[in-house]
Design a protein around this ligand. Sequence first.
Ligand code: ACO
Length: 323
Amino acid sequence: RIYAQISAIGGYVPENKRTNQDLEKITDTSDEWIVKRTGIKERRILEDGLATSDMAVRAIQNLVDTYQKKLSDIDALIVATSTPDMLMPATANIICEKLGIDNVWAFDMNAACSGFLYALDMGASLVESNRYKNVLVIGADKISAYVDINDRSTNILFGDGAGVVWLEPTKEEGILDALLQSNGSGKDFLNIEAGGSLYPASADLPIDEKHYIKQDGRIVFKNAIQAMSETCLNVLKQNDFSIEQVDWLIPHQANKRIIDAVGNEIGIEEGKTLVNIEHYGNTIAATIPLCMWENVSKFKKGDLLMLTAFGAGFSWGASLLRW
Ligand code: ACO
């Protein structure tokens, strides 16, 4: 079997910070409440005039510089995002143009917070097919463009960022398996309703009505814990692994309490779960590659990594890979 392996990784977060103290000045909230209920202290916010593609390009440049990769080797480029620069063309096309590469199969994929896991499995399948040798998988979102700064139920949670991995073939073990699932009945509990064909910009809706991200936090919270825990246990079972064999768990960073609850449910040893939510909040499709990027020096060859995510849709999943 040909496996796909992650041979390089990059990341980017904007410099501008939005701290809990900043939010205390805008809405009725407190640093103490936010830290206790979410684990978040600050998020990064991309400046006006820049978009998701700009962060992705910087993450890719970081990867190329660190690992001496050649952009001209890229065969396919997949962007997981739910905040594309424009409805069309795909943000993947815009990224290619900014990087100065062409003749690449480049496309977007939207599975919200699970987007990176969906795109990673798609990218791995392309490599395993033996038709594509070098595939870039990007998770990038400028979710701040859809956050109502006056809504304390969402403004505390989200930040902007981008992460990227480079996949290539290996005869050793690489990406082993993934279990990816969805259930559209979750659509009413977490969404951005306007901007698509149902409520296009031309419908001239009041901006506070449907253009911002809305959620039922408690329902999302409960479903996230249950879905991620079950899927992690199932993907381990179908590969005959026990939780003790997992070296690192890299969960989607939505809420520290969700991460802790999933860790307890699946029984992972303390210290094996990687968390960086404190500094970035929920960066949607970027949380997992950003967390891997920041912790890459901890991974040893042969380590078993488990990634898991949950998000709008609902969509969720878990992946297993050998480093
Ligand atoms: N600051 C201060 N008080 C607040 C705030 C705030 N920002 N928000 C709510 N409160 C108050 C409420 O009014 C309520 O007060 P009451 O008890 O007097 O009625 C109290 O705090 C508790 O409110 P809850 O909504 O029950 O708070 P909860 O503990 O559920 O935390 C939160 C809310 C953080 C949104 C949580 O539900 C959550 O994280 N849900 C998951 C949402 C999520 O992650 N969505 C992202 C996309 S999906 C994903 O990535 C998994």
